[in-house]
Design a protein around this ligand. Structure first.
Ligand code: PMP
Length: 423
């Protein structure tokens, strides 16, 4: 089934409330369909209560919904069982959990391998470990904005305990072959972690086919409410891990001498949970499944192909990402004007070498006056910006409710912006 953006748009109240809005910032967060909004509101209106605590009816129903959502997530990403799904706030919290719990076992001189195209969420939590003498290494990006797999392989060595990498770059759109990377990790007895914040919402993801040990994503980027995210982990690994946060509901028994912990996944879910978020996530998965993840992916690919077709109409537009929509998700980052050539492979190229004749923030502000929402800035990937020789880019990230007409309007506005700024 192919995606029909015009029809889907009607499911999203934000567009009837803002009829002129062209929302192209879906890599930051997505809009919410009525079915998700209704699921959350119905939950509040009918069975709102705390889960796993009450023996009364609505609490039991709420618990059933919460655990039902876990099962749905588990099936959606091909986990072996619901116990492999930990509900957290978002991708950021999931990676912090991993750096904290796995980091406890690391020794001075152990290595963590990342890539040059990671979001700050998959950098900073690992940087914390430097205080304990852990060495952080980065697999290189190639000049065509794809990952250098040979360099990744070369950097895996007997000291590499953990490797953590994104499936889709939120700046470049580059799709990394996480199956291949996880394979390399397994052969090296390295724990593999996939940052799937930009992949689970946009394409079919199967954790068993990938063969990774952990994978993280955020509900708000896939039509669900903010504040609900997922950490998938292999059950045998989760079982052996220390809890992250301590508190209510994550315990077995507590006395004045200490505590034992609950089984997974509850061991990692301390305190009152975001039940309404999980309910909303379940409704979001139903919505995405009704479209089909392969159709979502095809639609985004066609959006990128359309952008490729028209981007040359804007002089001196420089785009950052692979020029093959098959290797790229629905993310298009670019700058306009006065772009000095630079050598991506030059490792000393970590300073900002390009000055923009139109700064991305000015561009985004101009587009906003045309009701077009795009992102500008460093996209929480400052080291990658440095590697590309820029301080920021503008970014367009379409989703299921965007169509070619909106992209054409975006390019028209871009062209007007250029004319106006050149005056
Ligand atoms: N990783 C990637 C690749 C992302 O794009 C983002 C969000 N921009 C994150 C991690 C962090 O997601 P969250 O803010 O939902 O934790």
């Amino acid at each position: 089934m192919s995606v029909n953006p015009e029809r889907l748009k009607k499911d999203f109240p934000i567009f009837s409330n803002n009829p002129d809005l062209i929302y192209l910032d879906n890599a930051a967060t997505t809009q919410k369909p009525s079915s998700v909004i209704r699921a959350v509101s119905d939950y509040y209106a009918t069975i709102n209560s705390n889960v796993h605590r009450g023996v009364y009816k609505i609490s039991e129903e709420a618990t059933e919904m919460y655990e039902g959502s876990r099962k749905k997530v588990s099936e959606f990403i091909g986990a072996r069982e619901p116990a492999e799904i930990v509900f957290l706030r978002n991708t950021t919290e999931a990676i912090n959990l991993l750096s904290y719990t796995l980091g406890r076992k690391l020794k001075k001189g152990d290595e963590v391998l990342l890539t040059e195209m990671e979001h700050h969420s998959n950098l900073v939590p690992w940087y914390f470990l430097r205080e304990a003498g852990i060495v952080i290494k980065f697999a290189k990006m190639k000049a065509d904005f794809t990952l250098d797999y040979e360099d990744f392989q070369d950097k895996l060595n007997t000291r590499t305990v953990i490797a953590s990498f994104t499936e889709v770059s939120n700046v470049l759109g580059t799709i990394n072959d996480v199956r291949e990377l996880s394979n390399m990790c397994r052969e090296n007895s390295t724990i593999s972690i996939v940052d799937a914040a930009q992949s689970v919402p946009h394409m079919s993801v199967d954790v068993r086919a990938i063969g990774c040990d952990f994978l993280a994503f955020s509900g708000h980027k896939m039509l669900a409410p903010a504040g609900i995210g997922v950490l998938y982990g292999r059950k045998d690994l989760l079982d052996r891990m220390h809890p992250f946060l301590g508190g209510g509901e994550m315990i077995g028994e507590v006395d004045y001498n200490g505590a034992t912990y609950a089984d997974v996944p509850w061991k990692f879910e301390a305190g009152t949970q975001n039940v309404e978020g999980a309910v909303g996530l379940s409704a979001a998965i139903d919505y995405l499944k009704s479209i089909g993840m392969d159709s979502v992916r095809e639609h985004e690919r066609s959006m990128i192909d359309h952008i490729f077709k028209i981007m040359d109409t804007i002089g001196d537009l420089r785009q950052f990402g692979p020029m093959d929509s098959g290797k790229r998700g629905g993310v298009f980052s670019f700058n306009i004007g006065d772009v000095k050539p630079f050598d991506l492979l030059n490792q000393s190229n970590t300073k900002f070498a390009i000055s923009h004749s139109i700064h991305p923030h000015d561009l985004a502000a101009f587009l906003d006056r045309n009701n077009i929402a795009v992102r500008s800035g460093h996209h929480c990937a400052m080291p990658l910006m440095g590697r590309m020789g820029v301080s920021s880019t503008a970014r367009v990230s379409p989703y299921i409710y965007n169509d070619e007409r909106e992209l054409d309007l975006f390019f028209d506005a871009l062209s007007n912006c250029r004319k106006e700024m050149a005056r």
